[in-house]
Design a protein around this ligand. Sequence first.
Ligand SMILES: Nc1nc2c(c(=O)[nH]1)N[C@H]1C(S)=C(S)[C@@H](COP(=O)(O)O)O[C@H]1N2
Ligand SMILES: [Mo]
Length: 318
Amino acid sequence: MSRWKSDVGSSEITPESLYVSRRKFIGGAAAIGVTALAGWKGLEMLSPEESVSAGAKLNFAKGPFSTDEKQTPLKDVTSYNNFYEFSTDKYGPAELAGNFQPRPWTLTLDGDVKKPKTLDLDAVMKLAPLEERIYRLRCVEGWSMVIPWVGYPLNALLKQVEPLGKAKYVEFTTVLRPEQMPGQKRDVLVWPYKEGLRLDEAMHPLTIMAVGLYGEVLPNQNGAPMRLVVPWKYGFKSAKSIVRIRFTDKQPATAWNLAAPNEYGFYSNVNPEVDHPRWSQARERRLGEFLKRKTLMFNGYGEQVASMYAGIDLRKNY
Ligand SMILES: Nc1nc2c(c(=O)[nH]1)N[C@H]1C(S)=C(S)[C@@H](COP(=O)(O)O)O[C@H]1N2
Ligand SMILES: [Mo]
C-alpha cells in the first residue's frame, strides 16, 4: 500500500467547481501595477515581491507544435494546481505560494557532462529565444488543460554542458524549501521532488523549459521560476521549480515511482490503453468542459514521439 493518498475523488470536476472557484487568484499586471516591460531584461528591474506576483510580461515569438484548441482560462490554470510542495489540495498552491521567492535562483547542470555549470535565472532566460507553445497537459488523475507556455527547448540548456557518451538519463530536482513550501513539512512524497527522462526524451524538440504562461512570468503555483513541460507524458513528469539537472547512466528514481511504483512508472506516457490500477485512462475532462473526451495516445503527440518507443512494450513500461 502506498503512503500516498489518492486524490482521484477531487479530480471529478464539476462545471460548478470551476466557475465558482473557491479562491480567486490574485495577481496579474493590473493588480501589481507592472506595465508591459521590454522583454526579459525588464525583469531585473522588478523587486522579488513583484516578480513573484507574476504579471511581468515576456517577449516571445510563436513556436512550433502549438494546438489551436480552446485554451484553458488563465484563472483555472492558476487556481487549480498539483504542486504537492505547497498542498495536496488543488486550490492550495494558489493560496499558499505567495511567500515563495523565485528570485534570486540558480540552476545547476552536472553529472555525466564535460562542462558542469550553475546558471542564474537571468542567464537561463537569456540562453535561447523565448517561444510560445500552446500544449495540452494531461494529468494522470483524468483532467486536462490547454496552456500557452512561454519557454524554449530544454535541449538548448542541456547542450550547454556537453553531455558525455555514457549519459543516458536526466534527473530533475525541485527546490527544497520547507520554510516557503509548507507541503514539504509532510512526507506525502520524498522531498525534494525528483523526476527523470531518458536523454533522448529530454533532448526531444517538444520538451521545453517553461518560464512563463499566457505571456507572463510563471505564477509560483505553476512552477516559478522555471519548470519542465513534457506534453506527451502525464503531468507529473513536468517537474516544477527546478534547481538541478543531473545527467546519469542509470534510470533515476522519481518521486511518484517511489511513492507508488505499481501506479507510476518511469515512462508515464499518456496512454488510453493502459489503465491506472485504480481507474481507466481512456477518457479525460478538459477543465471547463462538461463532457469527457477520449484521451489520445501520447496525448496527441504520437506523430512526434512514437518512434522513440519503437520495440518497447508500453504496457510493461508504463
Ligand atoms: N515539483 C512538483 N512538480 C510538479 C508537481 C508537484 O507536485 N511538484 N505536480 C505535477 C502534476 S501531478 C501536474 S498535473 C502538473 C500540474 O501543473 P500545473 O499546476 O501548472 O497545471 O505539475 C506537475 N509538476
Ligand atoms: Mo498530475
